[in-house]
Design a protein around this ligand. Structure first.
Ligand code: 3PG
Length: 307
């Protein structure tokens, strides 16, 4: 009988685990659960006899793939798959998938939670500002960007987007103004919400030069990956510009510098929290389980991300 391992250092909500289990067992497979593990060895030994794995930001390295001798498929229950070693998966004939769109609304809501927190001076009792009428730039108009745009319109923000991979007509059809360069997006918008993936082209691409183009009262909101930020550049810019704030879902590596120098101008979640809602866990976890079952039963490779 095929064994599907759910390996989540940061656990899904219990309701999501229960639904995943039900789906797996109804299909005639068994589920194993490894949560809150603290070493790669624990993951490797749990994966040793698994035919499939469901993970979140868990690192599926070449070592893990090597240890998982029976593995046929790994599904990242979420969007960004920079935590999967795709080459190692391909070399071992392991299909790698993600579940795009399933946790996007949760991430978008967190972006606004952080923006309101900053606009209201961290709820410290002083007079803050409102989002209504402010310009918001969406950097990459994918699944999360689309939800961010919808919510922003509810707040009465003026919304712009830059995404060279999305047809301008689609952006316009959503009532959003497409801009033609990244520089134009940053120089137009007081708020910028980042939704680019982390890859060789984007790592450290959000640098001080680009951010310095942002207007007075600039707020950078990062619910993407910390790797896309030039963290030292952000520090240098925040030293130069006392009007600049940085909000990030997960702390940068140089968090201590922010704590020491920029009180009131940053907010970092202690763990990546964007997708950490019961709804998003259910959507992404159930989608992952169903994708694995369709793969085992019909060879369905929709959402495959490796070659
Ligand atoms: C994603 O890429 O789907 C999000 O960053 C969520 O990651 P998580 O499942 O580790 O919370």
């Amino acid at each position: 009988m095929k064994k599907i391992l759910v390996a989540t250092e940061k656990p899904f909500a219990p309701a999501a685990v229960a639904q995943i289990k039900e789906i797996i067992e109804a299909a005639g497979y068994t589920m194993a659960l490894l949560e809150k593990y603290s070493s790669a060895d624990e993951l490797k030994s749990a994966a040793a006899d698994a035919h499939a794995m469901i993970v979140r930001s868990d690192k599926v390295t070449a070592d893990v793939v090597e240890a998982a001798k029976e593995l046929q498929i790994v599904v990242r229950a979420g969007a960004g798959y920079d935590n999967l070693d795709l080459e190692a998966c391909s070399a071992s004939n392991v299909v790698a998938m993600n579940t795009p769109g399933q946790n996007s609304n949760a991430v978008a809501e967190l972006a606004f939670g952080m923006m309101v927190f900053q606009a209201r001076n961290h709820y410290n009792g002083t007079a803050g500002t409102e989002l209504r009428g402010k310009k918001l730039g969406i950097h990459a108009y994918g699944n999360v960007g689309v939800y961010v745009a919808k919510i922003a319109k509810g707040f009465g923000m003026e919304v712009f987007a830059f995404d060279p991979f999305v047809d301008e007509a689609k952006i316009k059809a959503d009532g959003i103004t497409p801009l033609s360069s990244v520089e134009e997006l940053y120089s137009t918008c007081q708020y910028v919400s980042l939704h680019i993936p982390a890859n060789d082209k984007t790592k450290k691409s959000i640098n001080a030069d680009l951010l310095d183009k942002m207007p007075e009262g600039a707020v950078l909101v990062n619910t993407a990956r910390k790797e896309v930020i030039d963290e030292e550049g952000v520090v240098a810019l925040m030293e130069k510009r006392s009007d600049f704030a940085y909000l990030s879902d997960i702390a940068p590596d140089n968090k201590d510098v922010f704590e020491e120098k920029f009180a009131g101008r940053f907010f970092f979640t202690p763990k990546k929290m964007g997708a950490q809602t019961s709804e998003a866990n259910i959507n992404a976890g159930v989608a992952a389980a169903n994708q694995i079952i369709k793969f085992f039963k019909n060879g369905d490779e929709t959402f495959r991300v490796n070659k």
